[in-house]
Design a protein. Sequence first.
Length: 286
Amino acid sequence: MAAHPDVGPDGILFSPAARVGRRHTRATALRRATAVVAFSCGLLFARNALADPFRWPQPDGPGTAVVLTYSFSNLLDDTFITATLTSRDVRESTAEAFRLWSSYAPLNFIERPDSGPSPSDVDYGPGSSPAIRIGYHRIDDGAVLAHAFLPWFTEDSGLAGDIHFNSLPALSWGVGVGAPAFDFLEVITHEIGHALGLSHIYYADAIMQPYYTDRFHGPGTGFLLAPDILAIQSLYGTGVGSVQPMPEPSTVLLLATGLAVFFVRRAAATLARSVRPLASARATGN
């Protein structure tokens, strides 16, 4: 199945200025002042201006529950995971990012084991694949940190909603570790916005602006801004959703080991109790 000719992925771009004293320049102060004025003037029109035709089905209308599954296609393998970004960082940051969006709209995210083709920008049938598959592949434009596909034709397209990180070796990742690593939490939060149907926000400061700004500083520091909240509520209405990640593989193994030990000990204790009366009977000659 070919990708829709009019719809390509939206992503977050790296602006070198973000790492060269950006927050301490006059240009930055002027830009932020302009953004505040623009935001104040545009706030009344934000709900209509940011409404996007691409969204996940919500049969009962805005404000009612939407359930979306997600998975990690290849993001947890040894190519993307490094010394500065562990699989635990990826899983916990992704859950935190989903939780941010579900705090303002009735979106319920459930992690599932992955199924489907290797990540690429070639469309595929949805089949039984999770709605949002998160992976990586090489994106030749080094200024693109990641991209995501808007939820268009979700009943026919498996690519709709998928998130791809750029696997170029020159890019390094972390969570709250600072430069030169890019913050995974900030980027996954932005890309989930696209996967839910949001385009870039240009008129005001927002997580959904197109450029990486290095504004998160570790686990628990993620946030959305007013334009992001208005945008997601313009698509799905107001409400509160939930996030249900799968247990870490190590946690599952520990639980299985604990259960196995418990049942072995219980069986041994039962056997011991059944043997004692028999030994006692033999000793008394009965």
